[in-house]
Design a protein around this ligand. Structure first.
Ligand SMILES: [Zn+2]
Length: 297
């Protein structure tokens, strides 16, 4: 690939297109307009595999190589996407903010490669870089602005104040078990991934990454059916999916708390609400949980 502009390992199309634009021309906006239709459309670039050939021609890269920069459609359900070797749904991707790991950007510089955005950082529930475990940030530690793709002129800098994000401090939030779970699910080392999956109750070990995340969210939704606690982050422990019995227990929680209520209809109402919640889950999750609920063991 002599003369080709290189795609970095795991790089997102958003990052690649921006770096390519900066490399090819002193007027990157003009290039981005012809590449994406709108120079401010970088966030959406990971979904624009229809632009693959245009970008191959502009960069000199073969399409089978550049395809990995995109969330690729699968032969499966319409919303299913391949991101690298992982299988998720469109709703698992979030590019409304631009999330980066300062630690990883600093490593890029140390390795004398251009700091760049990884496509996995677009996975909404990943709060850590899968390889290093370092936190992903979505706000500039200098000016406080949310990092977005709209004002981004360099994948490694704040679009508002120009802060070099490899220098940014990350908040010192502890890694929750859910964070660890999602990190290991997308870990670059296959042995880490298979060790995690070997602990799941069959058939979950073979499930797509996106379905496993949806499963935890569905169980959390069921748990919180009758409570007013905030539902913004998953609070259910990922270890619950290691056994059918613990999954059943999690699904029984609203019924057990309804049994303590004074109204005689509370249990019936809770059971109906639970079934409605399960039925509204994505198809593989709904099918698995309802079947488990109906099973005797
Ligand atoms: Zn800033």
């Amino acid at each position: 690939m002599t003369g080709a502009f290189l795609l970095m390992p795991g790089e997102s199309a958003s990052s690649f297109v921006l770096r390519l634009a900066n490399f090819l021309t002193v007027k990157p906006d003009k290039f981005l307009r012809s590449a994406l239709g709108d120079p401010r459309n970088l966030a959406w670039a990971i979904h624009r595999s229809d632009k693959l050939q245009f970008l191959c021609d502009a960069s000199g890269l073969p399409s089978e190589h550049l395809a990995f920069a995109f969330a690729q459609r699968s032969p499966g359900p319409p919303n299913e996407r391949f991101v690298l070797q992982f299988r998720i749904s469109e709703h698992h991707l979030d590019q409304t903010t631009r999330r980066v790991s300062p630690t990883v950007l600093a490593r890029d510089l140390e390795a004398s490669i251009p700091p760049y955005h990884r496509i996995l950082w677009s996975v909404r529930d990943l709060r850590r870089d899968p390889e290093t475990g370092s936190p992903l940030i979505s706000a500039c530690d200098h000016c406080g602005a949310t990092l977005t793709w709209q004002n981004c002129v360099d994948p490694a800098c704040c679009g508002r104040c120009g802060r070099q994000l490899w220098r940014a401090r990350s908040p010192e939030d502890p890694m929750t078990r859910f964070d660890q779970f999602v990190r290991d699910l997308f870990h670059p080392d296959a042995t880490v991934r298979s060790e995690l999956r070997s602990s799941f109750v069959p058939p979950l070990g073979g499930w797509a990454e996106g379905d496993l995340i949806d499963l935890l969210y569905s169980l959390q939704r069921v748990q919180h059916l009758l409570s007013s606690s905030p539902k913004s982050a998953v609070t259910i422990e990922p270890a619950v999916i290691e056994a059918g019995s613990s999954i059943k227990q999690a699904m029984d929680l609203p019924i057990r708390s309804a049994a303590l209520a004074t109204q005689s209809t509370a249990v019936t109402v809770a059971a109906a609400a639970r079934m409605a919640a399960l039925r509204s889950a994505p198809p593989p999750v709904a099918e698995f949980l309802i079947q488990l609920l109906m099973s005797r063991s």
